[in-house]
Design a protein around this ligand. Structure first.
Ligand SMILES: Cc1cc2nc3c(=O)[nH]c(=O)nc-3n(C[C@H](O)[C@H](O)[C@H](O)COP(=O)(O)OP(=O)(O)OC[C@H]3O[C@@H](n4cnc5c(N)ncnc54)[C@H](O)[C@@H]3O)c2cc1C
Length: 402
């Protein structure tokens, strides 16, 4: 063991100031690890619409002290959450609690979540305007270089740089994301414009190769809507490409009047191509590890992309807690082996759930039965406590060997 390295806190560099990167930075600091985040954008979090924070990640964030910060900007999602066929026929309830009955579920504007995560870090721990362009490593340290000419050395580098990760090529041969054949039109609409709307409800309408969903964000002042529509050509994977609201409305013409009424009030929307990727052969190379979408981009049909990225950070911080620089390479491999069992399963299940939502089933009755009985799977997702799982695995020596 390298005694000099062990006597000082580990120094971590996170590339990417999205939800995965900022949550990981908080988790690492919570476990006593010195961390600096590098984000290419000049400012954090201006783009995006709604994301879900589910019980599996909310319990971790609350343990780190985010209870009030998230309650202030989140919109609690609970009663009235339902799945419907496209004509409005109820298919079943959407689970909004874990098995204990805890309603730990928020709809959040992505910017609100990012702001809360950023506010908990010291200002000098986040360096915006830093686009990472290079990575190199020796036995005892890793080195990042940036488009602005700066360089930074760290014991461990966490690539949280999203689905088009720049650093991924230092870990695996280039692996382009796979287009799902669908695009998502999304946007926000003021709650006041729809007086009859159910507060607190996550509602999903399913039919005909498409689906539509709505949930509240920002304390319920805004409704986040997303319409998933098949396309023949690939749609760019962008969060800021303007969509055509008439095209969106035409895609859902004749659906439940609640959907068409909402779409009649949309003024502008964005679109976003849906991509994921088959599991990568590995996430680690020496002192470099991929996290969040850089490691395991998921289709959004379980709403777990951001939540799994947040779980990644909690697990990684536990593996690295109290350890020295000389342990990093082995610990990253153990972390990957531990995490990918869960993320591989959720990636695959998100694809399958998209088929249910888009009614790509020979029998709609069979689809409806699967949707109605999906609460058991959701419970297992939401009950999972990643921090306890790592601690128990390490204690019982059951963490997969590197
Ligand atoms: C702009 C944006 C808006 C989004 N909006 C939504 C939304 O409305 N709803 C939803 O469900 N999901 C949204 N997502 C996706 C969702 O946040 C992610 O799928 C999930 O949170 C996993 O996050 P991540 O941190 O792994 O990756 P991302 O959220 O993609 O974050 C990656 C970060 O890395 C930065 N980055 C990339 N390359 C470099 C580089 N070379 N050097 C430095 N920094 C770099 C990016 O600018 C970005 O901030 C959005 C993602 C982005 C980037």
């Amino acid at each position: 063991m390298n005694q000099i390295a062990k006597s000082r806190p580990l120094r971590a560099a996170v590339v990417g100031g999205g939800i995965g990167g900022l949550a990981a930075a908080n988790s690492l600091r919570f476990r006593g690890i010195d961390v600096t985040v590098f984000e290419q954008a000049e400012r954090l979090g201006e783009v995006g619409a709604g994301v879900f924070v589910y019980p599996n990640s909310l319990r971790q964030l609350e343990r780190m002290g985010f209870r009030d910060a998230l309650a202030n900007v989140g919109a609690r999602v609970g009663p009235g959450s339902q799945y419907y066929r496209m004509d409005g026929t109820v298919v079943g309830s959407i689970l909004t609690t874990d098995s204990s009955g805890w309603n730990g579920m928020y709809g959040m504007h992505r910017a609100d979540l990012l702001n809360a995560l950023a506010a908990a870090l010291p200002p000098d721990a986040i360096r915006t305007g830093h686009r990472c362009t290079g990575f190199a490593q020796r036995d005892d340290a890793a080195r990042l270089s940036f488009a602005n000419g700066e360089v930074f050395e760290a014991d461990v580098v966490i690539a949280a740089d999203g689905i088009h990760s720049t650093l991924q090529k230092h870990v695996v041969d280039p692996q382009p994301p796979e287009y799902s054949g669908s695009r998502a039109y999304r946007g926000l609409i003021s709650r006041d414009k729809l007086p009859q709307w159910r507060d607190e409800a996550h509602q999903v309408w399913m039919g005909d190769g498409k689906h539509f969903m709505v949930f509240p964000v920002r304390g319920g002042q805004l409704l986040n809507y997303v319409g998933f529509v098949p396309t023949k050509s690939e749609t760019v994977e962008s969060w800021s490409a303007a969509g055509d609201r008439d095209e969106l409305a035409a895609s859902f013409a004749g659906w439940d009047p609640r959907v068409t009424e909402l779409l009649g009030k949309v003024e502008s929307c964005f679109w976003w191509g849906l991509y994921d990727r088959k599991p990568l052969p590995t996430w680690t190379s020496g002192r470099l590890v991929l996290l969040g979408d850089a490691a395991h981009p998921m289709l959004p049909h379980l709403g777990q992309g951001a939540n799994q990225a947040m779980e990644d950070g909690v697990a990684l911080a536990r593996f690295l807690e109290g350890r020295g620089s000389g342990d990093v390479v082995r610990l990253l491999q153990q972390y990957e082996a531990f995490r990918r069992v869960r993320t591989d399963m959720i990636q695959a299940e998100a694809r399958q759930n998209g088929l249910r939502y888009d009614s790509k089933y020979a029998s709609l009755e069979q689809r409806d039965r699967e949707i109605a009985s999906s609460a058991a799977f959701r419970k297992s997702l939401y009950d999972y406590d990643v921090d306890n799982a790592v601690v128990a695995g390490l204690r019982e020596n059951q963490v997969p060997a590197a």
